[in-house]
Design a protein around this ligand. Structure first.
Ligand code: TA6
Length: 294
């Protein structure tokens, strides 16, 4: 098998497929600059993508890794999660070697974004695939002549066999805003996060590697540049209200997002910021910290 980068049609829209010699692969949609699929070498699909996701640009694609910018969730007056999820991105760079493959996509402000948010920017997303590893790097550049502040996220939907069997470690001892419970601020005192109802938590200053274990496989989650981690599962009732997700699918996913949410970042004219989320399939060891190891 050869490493390759090719243009494909993914559920009817143009996408880029990255494949390594070892057999790992990812698919990235130009609509939204969104990773839609990731299979490590010899492994199964590790991202959740709704069967009912909409691919016509009328709404964001439900699943994969949506890019949220310049606003995370409802933290401002812009449409939820910002402006990039339904924009068309372009390929701007790529590299294919025996062991790794990456592609960069870019998008800039246009009349549509400036009508809602009067700033000039360039966003570049680089998706890299190795045998057991997916890296997603987001770079934001202020290309205008005025400073702007932003929040955002890589809103990763991780596929799980059964969400009630999942344990997420690495968040012990962190403060979080509980968006599913009146936005109260709490301290996480549980050695691992388990899901038995709606979860919508914004963890602040999350610097450790996380480990998601669903009983059948483990994913290591690391981030740089992003200060916060968001964990989201809509659970039964909210899931039923989502028109692009089937009623039982809240059991098949957990979003573990690398985010800028608590404090907006500011970019002066000409300045750039970058952040990265890296997913590792079945990592060798956990660096998650639990009670007593702080
Ligand atoms: O990141 C968590 C969150 O902000 C939740 O509050 C939830 O609404 C989710 O994102 C999905 O948002 P969406 O606009 O994609 O339906």
């Amino acid at each position: 098998m050869l490493s390759l980068i090719e243009t494909i049609s993914f559920r009817g829209i143009p996408a880029i497929r990255l494949q390594t010699r070892q057999g790992s692969q990812a698919a990235v949609s130009l609509l939204g600059g969104q990773v839609l699929s990731w299979l490590p070498a010899g492994g199964r699909e590790r991202l959740y993508l709704s069967e009912q996701a909409v691919f016509d640009g009328s709404r964001s694609i439900r699943g994969g890794v949506p890019v949220c910018f310049p606003q995370f969730s409802g933290l401002g007056d812009l449409p939820k999660h910002g402006l990039l999820r339904t924009l068309q991105w372009q390929v701007c760079d790529q590299k294919c070697t025996d062991d790794y493959v990456w592609v960069s996509l870019e998008v800039t402000d246009n009349a549509e974004t400036r009508a809602l948010w009067p700033h000039a920017f360039r966003a570049e997303l680089t998706i890299g695939v190795e045998a057991d590893h997916l890296g997603i790097e987001l770079e934001i550049e202020n290309t205008g002549d005025q400073a702007f502040a932003f929040t955002g996220a890589l809103h990763s939907y991780l596929r799980v066999s059964e969400v009630e069997a999942v344990a997420l470690t690495g968040l012990y001892g962190l403060e979080y805003r509980d968006a599913a419970n009146g936005n109260v601020h709490k301290l996480d005192t549980a050695p691992e996060l388990t899901v038995e109802g709606e979860v919508d938590r914004v963890y602040h200053q999350a610097k450790r590697q996380l480990l998601l274990d669903d009983g059948s496989h483990r994913i290591g989650i690391q981030q740089e540049g992003f200060p916060d981690v968001v964990v989201w599962n809509p659970w039964e009732e909210l899931c039923r209200e989502l028109p692009d997700m089937s009623d039982a699918d809240f059991r098949r996913m957990l979003c573990v997002e690398s985010a800028i949410a608590q404090n907006p970042l500011t970019l002066e004219p000409g300045e750039s910021w970058w952040g990265r989320q890296a997913l590792t399939d079945n990592p060798e060891m956990s660096t998650a910290v639990t009670e007593g190891e702080q």
